[in-house]
Structure formats: structure tokens, C-alpha cells
Design a protein around this ligand. Structure first.
Ligand SMILES: [Zn+2]
Length: 469
């Protein structure tokens, strides 16, 4: 079959099975599969919701004639045997984030409205998973060679730690190639490295900073930070994004208001810790030890490229390294600042550690590397990536959008070779009443599901023609 015939067959499959596909999505959306560790049990390690959604997905796959295996509720898979045991994989996740506030639709029910499917998981990741699963079923009916066994893996813990995939890879080998329908089209072939660190001051005697707190999580530009210092509030000057108030007993409380942003896109934010550090330093609200520490903090957070701490770099695949200083705290008589860096292939983790350690050594502070993930990269010119991109391009006619890399992490990076592949097309604007993943009124257009389906069928047929082993 040529490409045109494959896409025509996929189109006919969709038209004949559209209601069944929507019904399968609805069966999964009806299960509020958010993590609930307090209710974890044998067979349901992430709580009853993820386990029930996993079981339902395996039941759907079995109904398609695939052989399903439930791995004690951690994760599961369904196989469509090929001529060999070499596996071509797809992985989607059956867990969802909590509904959260602000819904006008019912979160755990599929509502169809004006060509959209509304409900938690319709976009992330139950809808795309069902679509990709039906693409496997469609592939099985096509007159195309199938040397590879199709393995569809259903995760149950993607949103809160990916312990499902860790479990899988301890017990099974990675498929030769795998894609996940859990991000954006066209195709994401790389994810930056992750590097978390922690800077701790020596004990500070006779402090001016009595307490300090900024940020909530380590992986975001902090939107808020505050400090209580020994100072006369009425003598402190006004400053942009800063409020000062008397906190009694000769102390002042200083609040900084920044703009929150995810660590993968720190340039979109304004660090409240930076604003606070600036204010404390410029107004002498520090002793000598605190000055040295806050100057280092300022170097870290005032430039999201890492230039301030000597680790700025970029490569051709990922672009620039990024840094955020997500949180600052006073712990006992020490100050503690965290960092989250997303790094390209043009630097090593050891070089990052060395650069930071040199700076902390100079002021008697300590530096600790607390999390390390190496960059994940499949070369964009590799045949698997080309097949995915070509399938996207052939079905949509879109030659503008190219393969890309991201600063965050998906399932793809856990496997031997993989990519994330759809289904979002962020350049297509939805009506304003349709929300995105993780927010209220999550929804997906039926048109996007159908286009994705055709792309997946074509991509699977053409991946089967590659030498992936
Ligand atoms: Zn997801």
C-alpha cells in the first residue's frame, strides 16, 4: 500500500469506528485516576483510580484481540504480535492530575460540544492513548508487512513520578523504538538534561536576616519571596515590586512580587528571589556573611542562562542552558538556596558542579548536586524521527513545523530510543471555553484526534519498514 492508500484506509476506519473510539475515551475519563498513595494496596500501588483506569485500558486492548498483561497495577501492556519479537512501542498514561477548581463541564465524564470532547484526560493522555491504540488495531487490518511486534504500554504514574516506567524497565527490556502521544506535534526528539543543586551557607552569627522564604517548588521561577530583617521599616525606601512593613520589635518585613514561570521556560518569569536579593543588598540589610551569600544568590537567579555563575552554554539541538533558583529558606542558622538547571550537550554535569563549588568554596558555603538526568537526544536525522516527521507532514500538509527539543521530561527519555509525537498542535487556537492539559475544562477537538489517528496509522506502517532492531 502506498501512503495515500494507507491514509485513505485510516480515514475509512475512523468514519466507521468514530463512536466506538469516543466511547473508549469516555470509559477511561469516567475513572478519576489520580494518585492516592494513602489508599494504595496490592495491585494498586498508586491508589485505586490509576489501577482501575489501567485495568480498563487493558480490557479495551484485549477486546481488540491484543494480548494484555497487567504488571501488578504498576503498568501494563498489550501486544499485537509481528513476524519477530523485536518491539515497536507506544506508551501513554492512564493516570491524570486532579480535576482542580474552575470547571464548567463535569470533569470525569466526556461531554461532546461543538466538535470538542471535554473532560479530564481527553487531551492528557487518555484521548491520545485511545486514538493511538485504535491506530494499532487499524494497522493490523492493513495489507502492509509487520516484522515488529507492536507493544502498547499503559502507564499509571506519569503525572507524579514515573515510577511505573522505572518498574517496567527493571522487569522488561525497552522496545527497540517507542513513541509517546503525550506532548506536541510534530515530533520531539530530545529533552535537556536536568540538574538540581542546593547551596547552603555556613552558620550565620548575629544575623540581619532573621527569616527568609521564597518560592514554593524548586522547578519554577518563584513569584513570591519575603524576608524579615532587623531594620526600621519607616527608614526603608520604596522599590518596584517590593512592599515593606513594620514587623514589630525593630524588624521589617519585605515582600517581593515576581512572576511565576516553569523552569523549562524561565525567561517568561521574574524571580521574586532576585527582587528580594537586590533590595536586601542595595539597602545594606545584610551582614558580611549574608552579603556574600545573597550576592551569590543574585548571580544565580538574575540571569536564566547561567552566565552569572559561569555555566552559560548552548548547543545546536537544545539551544541555551537555563537556570532557576526556585526556593530560598532559612534553616536553623543557615541560608539555603536551590537551583534547577536544564542543560544541553555542550556541558557536563561535572562542569556544572565544579563551577558552583568554586563559588561556594570562596564564601565558606557548601554546594550539593541533588538530582541528575543526562540530556536525552535522538539525532533529528535518524530514520525513526524522519518517519514521524514525514507522516505528520504528509497527513497535514504542514511543512512549517519542524522536529524540536524541550526542557521538560516525558516518558520518551526513559527508554532506549524514543520520541514524543503529538497530539497537541499549539499553533491551532481553540475556542476560549476549551482548556488545556492540567487546567479546568480540559478538552480536545475531534478534528485533532482524527488527524492524529491518521498520522499514527501512517507512521506505524512506515516504522514497520525501517531497520529498528
Ligand atoms: Zn501527560
Amino acid at each position: 500500500m502506498d501512503r495515500k492508500e494507507i491514509v485513505a484506509a485510516a480515514d475509512a476506519y475512523w468514519d466507521a469506528n468514530r463512536d466506538a473510539i469516543v466511547a473508549d475515551i469516555a470509559k477511561l475519563v469516567e475513572i478519576p485516576s489520580t494518585e492516592d498513595l494513602a489508599a494504595a494496596a496490592p495491585g494498586a500501588p498508586y491508589g485505586p483510580g490509576p489501577a482501575a483506569a489501567l485495568a480498563k485500558a487493558l480490557e479495551i486492548a484485549e477486546g481488540m484481540g491484543m494480548t494484555a498483561t497487567n504488571c501488578e497495577g504498576h503498568i501494563g501492556f498489550a501486544d499485537l504480535p509481528g513476524e519477530t519479537d523485536t518491539q515497536l512501542g507506544i506508551i501513554g498514561h492512564m493516570d491524570v492530575v486532579p480535576a482542580g477548581p474552575g470547571w464548567t463541564f463535569e470533569p470525569f465524564k466526556v461531554t461532546e460540544k461543538d466538535g470538542f470532547l471535554m473532560g479530564r484526560g481527553c487531551l492528557d493522555d487518555k484521548g491520545p492513548s485511545v486514538v493511538a491504540l485504535h491506530a494499532v488495531k487499524c494497522l493490523a487490518r492493513l495489507d502492509v508487512p509487520r516484522p515488529y511486534t507492536m507493544r502498547f504500554i499503559f502507564g499509571a504514574n506519569e503525572e507524579t513520578g514515573m515510577r511505573d516506567v522505572a518498574w517496567y524497565l527493571e522487569n522488561y527490556e525497552s522496545p527497540a523504538f517507542i513513541f509517546t502521544p503525550d506532548a506536541d506535534f510534530p515530533v520531539c526528539y530530545g529533552e535537556k538534561g536536568g540538574y538540581d543543586g542546593r547551596i547552603t551557607s555556613a552558620p550565620i552569627a548575629d544575623p540581619v536576616i532573621l527569616d527568609i522564604s521564597g518560592g514554593v517548588v524548586t522547578n519554577a521561577v518563584p513569584g513570591e519571596a519575603w524576608a524579615v530583617v532587623r531594620a526600621d521599616a519607616s527608614a526603608l525606601p520604596a522599590a518596584e515590586r517590593i512592599t515593606v512593613e513594620d514587623a514589630g520589635n525593630g524588624t521589617a518585613r519585605i515582600d517581593a512580587a515576581g512572576v511565576n514561570a516553569h523552569a523549562a521556560w524561565p525567561e517568561r518569569g521574574i524571580s521574586a528571589i532576585m527582587l528580594l536579593a537586590d533590595y536586601l543588598l542595595e539597602n545594606g540589610l545584610v551582614n558580611q556573611q549574608e552579603r556574600e551569600f545573597m550576592e551569590l544568590v543574585r548571580s544565580l537567579v538574575s540571569d536564566t542562562t547561567g552566565a552569572g555563575v559561569g555555566i552559560a552554554t548552548a548547543d545546536e539541538y537544545f539551544g541555551p542552558l537555563t537556570v532557576v533558583g526556585g526556593t530560598i529558606r532559612k534553616e536553623g542558622d543557615r541560608l539555603v538556596q536551590t537551583m534547577d538547571s536544564r542543560w544541553p550537550t555542550s556541558i557536563t554535569a561535572d562542569e556544572i558542579t565544579a563551577a558552583l563549588t568554586k563559588l561556594t568554596d570562596a564564601i565558606g558555603a557548601t554546594f550539593e548536586n541533588t538530582l541528575l538526568m543526562v540530556p536525552f537526544l535522538v539525532k533529528p536525522e535518524d530514520p525513526e524521527i524522519q518517519v514521524l516527521q514525514d507522516a505528520f507532514q504528509f497527513v497535514t500538509g504542514d511543512t512549517e513545523h519542524k522536529p524540536f527539543t524541550i526542557g521538560g521530561g516525558t516518558y520518551a527519555r526513559e527508554f532506549k530510543k524514543g520520541a514524543s509525537f503529538g497530539i497537541n498542535m499549539p499553533w491551532i487556537e481553540n475556542p476560549q471555553w476549551v482548556g488545556g492539559e492540567h487546567g479546568p475544562d480540559e478538552g480536545v477537538s475531534e478534528e485533532l484526534l482524527k488527524t492524529s489517528f491518521e498520522i499514527y496509522v501512517l507512521a506505524l506502517a512506515e516504522l514497520q519498514e525501517l531497520d529498528i532492531a
